[in-house]
Design a protein around this ligand. Structure first.
Ligand code: ADP
Length: 406
């Protein structure tokens, strides 16, 4: 077999390579294209079809339909209690669905016990054995399977190298930092050559700086390994930073599945829009439909041209969603702002370092939040409480939802 070659280009987050891993060849044949770029294959490795889970009378999940592609980094994102962990427990086999089917690699695994599923989990608290060294923690499962010592040795060495923990192999867990323990927990899971790795809020015990560092590390590791990662978090920034696709959940149901950008820029409902960031929700009424697909609407008392793919009727009430950073706040009319625009006054501002948050009240009483970057060419621009302002946005940046926010 040809010696593996790995070219990492960390700056743009891509990794290319030829025959990258000798250790995990079965994951790679279908995810590396001819140029050596890792791609996510379309065939789902996991499928949930109409899955529901009840605990007594409580529905933890209802009618979940989800396909997870082989080699993808998928994140389940949602508030506490929305059913994220329940999905992981169903995939790992710790729970059985009350209804529906669960397929792993095309096979219904309803009756497959957890240890036969080629699925491993990294838990929040890592659950390392405190009395065993890093090496023994990683080797434990392989010893249980009674693999030959030289194979155990080779596989433990290989995963230690992957997680950059070779020099610390003899340390005990108590002699490791939180981040290092995290890496051991991942090493212990991937040494089993799983098809899927499940990660349940693995960073929740760590401080922000380390979290951010590990987010990048784990994403790179996932790319290198080519194993499907299903990651659980309630932190939208973490989900966006790491995932190929994000599944936003609420109350046991999937609200939206998409790339980070789709979820942020094209939320399908009000729950998703407000869960993944600050959002202004404006009330509007459709006034005229135009041939080019745009329409005119009365938005908080001012007529604006808007865009949407939705089929609308004249007179229909809609909600218009705008992120704070989509709004531009003009301090004076001399800025040659063409109508339409709102007018209002600044209530207060919050300094954020790179940006300033501006809270303002429109003349009709509606409160809006805007975020402006500091203008390095004009440091004199300051937003003060009580300033009269005009507010607008670039046509097409708005998201239009129905009256109920769906
Ligand atoms: P999340 O991971 O998003 O915080 P969970 O999947 O843990 O949510 O829980 C989903 C819902 O199911 C919650 O209402 C929770 O209280 C309930 N639940 C989870 N596990 C059990 C259990 N073993 N018995 C009863 N209810 C449970």
């Amino acid at each position: 077999m040809q010696k593996p070659v790995l070219h990492e280009n960390i700056s743009d987050g891509l990794i290319s390579g030829e025959n990258i891993f000798s250790g995990f060849p079965h994951f790679l044949s279908n995810i590396i294209d001819q140029k050596g770029w890792i791609t996510v294959e379309n065939a789902p490795i996991i499928e949930l079809r109409g899955v529901a889970k009840f605990y007594g009378n409580t529905a933890a999940l209802h009618n979940i339909n989800l396909e997870i592609a082989n080699g993808e980094f998928l994140t389940l994102l949602g508030p506490s209690g929305c059913g994220k962990t329940t999905i992981l427990r169903l995939i790992s086999g710790l729970e059985k669905p009350s209804q529906g089917e669960l397929l792993l690699n095309g096979t219904n695994i309803a009756d497959t016990p957890p240890e036969k599923r080629q699925v491993n989990t990294v838990f929040q608290n890592y659950s390392l054995f405190p009395h065993m060294s890093v090496w023994d923690n990683i080797a434990f499962g392989l010893k249980m399977k009674r693999l030959p010592p030289d194979e155990i040795d080779r596989r433990v060495r290989e995963v230690l190298r992957r997680v950059h923990m070779e020099p610390l192999a003899r340390r005990m867990p108590s002699q490791l930092s939180g981040g290092q323990q995290q890496r051991v927990a991942i090493a212990r899971a991937i040494v089993n050559n799983p098809l899927v790795l499940l990660l349940d809020e693995p960073f929740s015990a760590l401080d922000l700086k380390l979290r951010k560092q590990l987010q990048i590390e784990i994403k790179l590791l996932q790319r290198q390994l080519g194993i499907t990662f299903v990651f659980v978090t309630h932190d939208q920034e973490e989900a966006f930073a790491m995932s190929d696709r994000v599944v936003v959940m609420n109350e046991g149901a999937i609200m939206q599945v998409g790339t980070s950008q789709e979820i942020y820029e094209e939320p399908e409902n009000l729950f998703v829009a407000s869960f993944v960031g600050d959002i202004n929700v404006l009330e509007a009424t459709v006034r005229a439909l135009r041939e080019d697909g745009t329409f005119l609407a009365d938005v908080e008392g001012v007529e604006f041209p808007l865009r949407t793919q939705r089929k609308l009727k004249i007179g229909e009430n809609v909600k218009v969603l705008l992120r704070p950073e989509d709004l531009t706040v003009y301090l004076s009319k001399e800025d040659a702002l063409n109508p339409p625009f709102f007018t209002g006054k600044i209530e207060h501002t919050v300094y954020k370092g790179a940006t300033v948050d501006i809270f303002l009240t429109l003349d009709n009483g509606k409160v809006l939040q805007a975020a402006e970057y500091f203008n390095e060419d004009d440091e004199d621009i300051t937003y003060r409480e009580g300033d009269r302002v005009s507010v607008s946005w670039i046509e097409g940046w708005e998201v239009v939802l129905d009256e109920e926010g769906g």
